[in-house]
Design a protein around this ligand. Structure first.
Ligand SMILES: CC(=O)N[C@H]1[C@@H](OP(=O)(O)OP(=O)(O)OC[C@H]2O[C@@H](n3ccc(=O)[nH]c3=O)[C@H](O)[C@@H]2O)O[C@H](CO)[C@@H](O)[C@@H]1O
Ligand SMILES: C=C(OP(=O)(O)O)C(=O)O
Length: 428
């Protein structure tokens, strides 16, 4: 297993390129199962989650290849409809297979995903949506079994007490593109990754109106064809670089940071006094030198609100800002695994229900710490970059799920980081 050694105290400086969005390409890989023709997906980040998804799609019978860096080709001529537990358990996003398999094979058996450290992750809305499309569903032996022989378009309100669902929208969308008649998904997730998935489906021949809005109208077609699609840049990676630059008081040009996808984060940071310059549609320059930021109050919400996937990173930044910040998590009220590890580095953070109350600015000092999930790891990494002395982050496989070549990108910005194996860790 790998760990990361970080020597803190360096200001990030230079230029960094954002990779393709993980949360767009995972459902896109599933979407390739909707056709027996070849799909080519470009700008795919080299991540462990992507490799898992490729493995799952291949295990279903698709021909999967990675002919060039960041390019994947998938041809799903003959596929089976059963996604087994051994593969599905490795990655929650594999629930996205449910919609495409139901639509193409008229039946699907997908192992039920479990919860995860960021909290409960139910799939009742996915089931509600498929039932509305006239599918019969039962759970048996840990599998969700869908009989989609009588699938047809419907009007579906896809919402719950936490708002919309991202992978739930992806599933119902991918099912309805081949369902007879018209489907209207109300309260659809508006995340840019869903809009990008819609664009790929449209290239495959799907008819979708309202792309990017909370109302998607899908006119079912009997068959889809192959397509070539380039994945949009990862707004969560871009946001992580913006925050890391401010936290280290650095100066970085972030290429592939799309302002329209980062509105809520930019608004929060500008209200704190950050200098964020929009250089073009997809380039943002952050100048953190000599900045005195003000504390913030932020609440996570579905897009276009402040994303939960940047909550942990913003928490770290606020430990380096004088005053009291309050960050409230409305999507996953338990997503605070980073808080105790930040405390071990010297942060003063108290949890009050779904909120973290951060009293800054506290000096951080390097320590041995443990990554617990993807974004918590990013938050710890940012803390390590700000800390005095050396930090050793263990279990960085979490980071590799969602950040392509993170150590190499950091090194290019001047950070002192090194990937080491657990056996090379000093004794603490
Ligand atoms: C692969 C992928 O795209 N992952 C993202 C996706 O996860 P994911 O699609 O799993 O998250 P959802 O959008 O479905 O979850 C949003 C909220 O709805 C609740 N819910 C969801 C489904 C359901 O059937 N019932 C229900 O109650 C969840 O518990 C959560 O509170 O969106 C999350 C919220 O932006 C992000 O943190 C994840 O990075
Ligand atoms: C929670 C995340 O991913 P997943 O939904 O795949 O667990 C994330 O990307 O932060």
């Amino acid at each position: 297993m790998d760990a990361m050694r970080i020597k803190g105290g360096v200001r990030l400086q230079g230029e960094v390129c954002v990779s393709g969005a993980k949360n767009a390409c995972l459902p896109m890989f599933a979407a390739t199962l909707l056709t027996d023709q070849k799909c080519v997906i470009k700008n795919v980040p080299d991540l462990s989650d992507v490799r898992f998804m490729a493995e799952i799609v291949a295990s279903l019978g698709a021909k999967v290849s990675n002919p060039k860096p960041n390019v994947w080709e998938i041809e799903a001529k003959n596929i089976s409809s059963r996604a087994p537990y051994d593969l599905v358990r490795k990655m929650r996003a594999s629930i996205c297979l449910l919609g495409p398999l139901s639509a193409r094979m008229k039946r699907a058996e997908v192992s039920m995903p479990g919860g995860c450290v960021i909290g409960a992750r139910p799939i009742d809305l996915h089931i509600k949506g498929l039932k509305a499309l006239n599918c019969a569903i039962e759970t048996e032996g840990g599998y969700l079994k869908v009989d989609a022989r009588r699938m047809k378009g419907a009007n579906i309100f896809l919402g719950g007490r936490f708002g919309s669902t991202v992978t739930g929208t992806a599933n119902i969308l991918m099912a309805s593109v081949l369902a007879s008649g018209t489907t209207i998904i109300e309260n659809a997730a508006c995340e840019p990754e869903i809009a990008d998935l819609c664009k790929m489906l449209a290239k495959m021949g799907a008819i979708i109106d309202g792309i990017g809005s909370p109302t998607l109208e899908i006119t079912g077609v009997p068959k889809l064809g192959g397509a070539e699609h380039t994945v949009l840049p990862d707004r969560i990676e871009a946001g992580t670089w913006i925050i890391a630059t401010l936290a280290t008081r650095g100066k970085v040009l972030i290429k592939g940071a799309v302002k329209k996808d980062l509105g809520a984060l930019i608004d929060i940071l500008e209200s704190a006094g950050a200098n964020i310059q929009i250089k073009s549609k997809s380039d943002i320059f952050v100048d953190g030198e000599g900045l005195k930021l003000k504390p913030v109050e932020a609440v996570t919400m579905p897009h276009p609100g402040f994303p939960t996937d940047l909550q942990a990173q913003l928490t770290t930044l606020m430990t380096q800002v004088s005053g009291i910040s309050i960050i409230t998590e409305r999507i996953y009220p338990e997503r605070f695994m980073h808080v105790s590890e930040l405390g071990r580095m010297g942060a003063d953070i108290v949890r009050e229900g779904p909120s973290a109350i951060i009293r800054g600015k506290t000096p951080l000092s390097g320590a041995p710490i443990m990554a617990s999930d993807l974004r918590a790891s990013a938050a710890l990494l940012i803390a390590a970059l700000c800390a005095k002395g050396e930090t050793f982050i263990q279990r960085i496989y979490h980071l590799d799920r969602g950040y392509e070549s993170i150590d190499k990108k950091l090194a290019l910005l001047g950070a002192k980081v090194e990937r080491i194996s657990d056996s090379d860790l000093p004794s603490f």
